[in-house]
Design a protein around this ligand. Structure first.
Ligand code: DC
Length: 225
């Protein structure tokens, strides 16, 4: 059977990652979290106290970062230099710096190159910000997920509460707004909808509804020859 690439882009808090993961499971495809790669690089730069405004310094360190996805308990987990990046890249410290690191051209070029390589065999669902516009412009299915800021803020607050982190809704929303701005306004690979992407507004959809919309469309693409 034909294998395709499903590229899912969109704003933070639209449910991209959880949706992409479930779509991959239903299609029996591999899920690739491209945001985890930007987070892992950010984690590395933080821990090596690299001055991110120094382009050549960042470039030098990139040579020491080896990223690899490995299957652990049915999940595709990112490893950096042999160390699992599962939980340590989801901290406030990383959250606060990742958007800025994602604006660095050297970082983007290196990660885009690696992401293209991961997709060579097709049969993947990758989520991020520039997957349909830069990484896989030839993806058979491109999805762009949006939701109102209010809904996204409430979802993110719940997620944080589950980790026992209590942050006022206003602060969560202003953090989302700030990231939207940085993600959409950067010159290299800005967050934007590809002209041929299917836009899904998840504000009033249940999780199952948004997954089904994408899986149905993917099956149509897989069966069309
Ligand atoms: O999806 P996420 O929140 O884990 O992504 C973390 C950051 O990485 C986000 O601020 C934007 C950036 N990112 C990006 O610039 N390009 C991608 N393809 C994926 C993520």
């Amino acid at each position: 059977m034909k294998k395709i690439i499903v590229a899912i882009d969109g704003y933070s808090g639209t449910g991209k990652s959880s949706t992409a993961k479930e779509v991959a499971r239903q299609l029996d495809y591999i899920y690739v979290d491209s945001g985890a790669m930007y987070r892992a690089v950010t984690y590395y730069l933080l821990h090596h106290k690299v001055d991110i405004s120094n382009q050549s310094e960042v470039e030098r360190h990139l040579d020491y970062i080896q990223l690899q996805f490995k299957k652990v308990d049915e999940q595709n987990i990112l490893f950096m230099n042999g160390e699992s990046m599962d939980t340590r890249i989801r901290t406030m410290e990383v959250n606060q710096l990742v958007s800025e690191v994602s604006t660095l051209i050297t970082v983007r070029r290196e990660l885009v190159k690696q992401q293209k390589k991961i997709g060579e065999e097709r049969g993947i669902v990758m989520d991020g910000r520039d997957i349909g516009t830069v990484v896989f412009t030839d993806a058979e299915l491109k999805v762009f997920m949006v939701a109102s800021l209010d809904v996204r803020g409430k979802r993110r607050k719940l997620e944080l509460q589950e980790k026992n982190i209590d942050i006022p809704l206003e602060e969560v929303m202003s953090n989302l707004k700030k990231r939207d701005k940085i993600d959409s306004e950067r010159t290299e690979g800005p967050l934007k909808k590809a002209p041929d992407a299917l836009e899904i507004d998840t504000s009033d959809l249940t999780f199952d509804q948004q997954v089904t919309k994408i899986v149905d469309q993917a099956r149509k693409e897989i069966n069309a020859s």
